[in-house]
Ligand binder design. Structure first.
Ligand code: ZN
Length: 583
């Protein structure tokens, strides 16, 4: 039971939460001033502290140095007593069990700092063992430079001990450095502690400054989490220390941990500014779903084109010119770094229209290899009668030629000098001469089927939408069954589907994988809170369309937590209901 902690916003593994003390605190945050340590059982037997709602009480504990054998830890382990005030259990990353407390402090945290792999392993091990709606405390390690990475990994609570100690030792901390105070002829900060003349600045002031710098960085981190943009910040911030960059990359290898916690859609744009962007969950997931779930349903030739800066691509000037030449005679697939390949049906699907990249025309080898691999997997899964590559030389053509050779294909290239020059556009039109146009109906049907594949799984589009009609204008397509009952609507902002109650029933009856949330005997209106959730499918992600069902209600809505989190949590909004019917 976590009565005293609640998660309000999520950004991957990072969260903005509320420590519900008598004076509530928004996390990630420093908690030194409200932390009370009942002490170690190594030095003395401890009475259970009284505790109250004004502070966070660390229950009596036995900490173990990193590397203590498991059997030793187990024989001395302390079970947290059941208390009715905000409490913290001290655990070792090598032997964690859920203790029913509001927060957990990692005892061996010092031994993992400075080592990317060890830190990531420790955070992931603890987070996976404790309930999602509990807070994780890292004591004695936070600095202005590392705290963004720690929060990104999933740590919620910190103290200023390390920053203050370093200050009294004459180390002046900033988000990018740890200076020796005597080396600074000028202070690179204007916080209250740094206002006075340089010659009067003491080590005590330095400790004050370090604390300010840490608090200010935490405020930026909270803002970034609320915006869903901590990763973009971290790709820059982690550069200031090699081990932090290593930790960010190690965390990217923890696919299961990060993927489960990353929403399938959001408003936040992705800044593709570093090579590490390619390894983000959002990018890898899109590539994975396009090459394992999506299936091309058109009989026409494939036309590969470069992406455009304007999104969705079809609204850009270059793509309008391509369209004038193609005239629905080819299936358009855009090639792009960092997304990979984007079939025309998925051009609005998150993150295909939600990223900005650095435009230099130069491709790195990592980008070329990533897009080649995605294109190769795409072409291994989808067969076309003919492939036309309407791509410029820089990078794009190199990628297509690699895949052409690997798969032994015969690709027609149509760009003379530039993709939008007259000669190139004439070549493109000529390459498609004699091909039949597909209809608007076919286009719309295939679009909503592609969205269902992408969102729900391989084959879902055919399972769900075999006999349909579509109405309204692209991209706000409405899906109706053969009796004209509305089943779903395309959401152009994120390129997803939102179901009606009839659509949800149809989905449940179909062979397509469902995402179900089982609730108690009540009729939900607005939000379903976590305590009302009995069970939820594990593959539900934030932003997923979900069917909500209980003894008294049948409803459809959108997930605000991932599946396991809904089932585990005792506080917070699990999903938002769009339509509900009493049973
Ligand atoms: Zn300062």
């Amino acid at each position: 039971m976590t009565e005293y902690f609640e998660v309000h916003e999520r950004d991957g593994a990072a969260r903005v939460g509320e420590l519900r003390l008598s004076s509530p605190r928004t996390t990630p945050a420093l908690v030194d001033d409200v932390l009370e340590d009942a002490g170690s059982l190594w030095s003395a037997d401890r009475d259970l502290p009284d505790g109250d709602e004004s502070r966070l009480t660390v229950l009596p504990h036995r900490a173990f140095p990193g590397g203590t054998p498991e059997e030793v830890q187990a024989s001395f382990a302390v079970d947290a007593p059941d208390v009715d005030y905000p409490s913290v259990a001290v655990v070792s990353s090598e032997d964690v069990e859920s203790q029913g407390t509001d927060a957990y402090a990692l005892s061996d945290v010092q031994s993992v700092m400075g080592h990317g792999a060890a830190l990531v392993e420790a955070v992931v091990d603890v987070r996976e063992a404790i309930p999602a709606d509990t807070a994780l405390l890292f004591s004695g390690v936070a600095t202005p430079r590392n705290v963004a990475l720690l929060a990104y990994a999933g740590v919620d609570l910190f103290d200023a001990t390390a920053a203050v100690v370093k200050g009294t030792e004459g180390r002046y901390l900033t988000t990018d450095e740890a200076y020796f105070l005597e080396d600074l002829e000028e202070l690179p900060c204007s916080c209250p502690a740094c206002q006075g003349p340089r010659e009067e600045f003491t080590r005590e002031d330095c400790a004050d400054h370090n604390r300010h710098a840490l608090e200010s960085e935490l405020a930026i981190v909270r803002r970034r989490i609320r915006d869903g943009r901590l990763r973009d910040y971290l790709e820059g911030q982690a550069r200031h220390d090699q081990w932090l960059t290593a930790a960010m990359r190690e965390l990217d290898d923890q696919w299961g941990y990060l993927e489960e916690r990353t929403p399938i859609l959001r408003d936040a744009r992705i800044d593709a500014a570093t090579g590490d962007t390619l390894r983000r969950v959002e990018i890898q997931r899109f590539a994975d779903r396009v090459t394992t779930r999506y299936r091309n349903r058109f009989d026409n030739p494939l036309v590969l084109v470069p992406c455009s800066a304007a999104k969705p691509y079809s609204e850009s000037q270059s793509h309008r010119q391509f369209h004038d030449a193609i005239q629905w005679r080819g299936h358009l697939v855009s090639m792009t770094s960092p997304i990979g390949v984007v079939p025309q049906e998925l051009e609005t699907t998150y993150p295909a229209q939600h990223y900005d990249t650095v435009v230099t025309g130069r491709w790195t080898e990592d980008e070329k290899e990533f897009v080649s691999e995605v294109l190769q997997r795409y072409l291994e899964r989808n067969e076309y009668p003919k492939i036309v590559a309407h791509v410029p030389d820089e990078g794009y053509r190199d990628i297509v030629e690699r895949v052409e050779e690997r798969l032994d294909l015969d690709i027609t290239y149509t760009v003379a000098d530039h993709p939008t020059d007259d000669e190139s556009l004439a070549n493109l039109s000529e390459a498609l001469s004699g091909e039949l146009k597909y209809s608007k109906r076919e286009r719309e049907h295939n679009t909503v089927r592609a969205l269902a594949d992408y969102l729900l799984g391989d084959g879902a589009g055919d399972d769900l939408f075999a006999d349909i009609q579509t109405t309204s204008r692209y991209p706000k397509i409405q899906v109706r069954d053969d009796e004209d009952t509305q089943l779903a609507t395309m959401v152009p902002q994120y390129g997803t589907l939102s179901f009606t109650l009839a659509g949800a029933r149809h989905w449940l009856e179909s062979a397509a994988p469902t995402k179900r949330v089982e609730i108690d005997g009540f009729v939900p209106h607005g939000s379903v809170l976590a305590p009302g959730v009995v069970d939820a499918d594990e593959d539900i992600r934030v932003g997923d369309e979900v069917i909500v069902e209980g003894p008294q209600a049948f409803a459809v809505g959108r997930a605000e937590m991932f599946g396991r989190e809904m089932a585990e949590s005792t506080r917070g909004i699990a999903c938002e209901i769009r339509h509900v019917e009493e049973k």
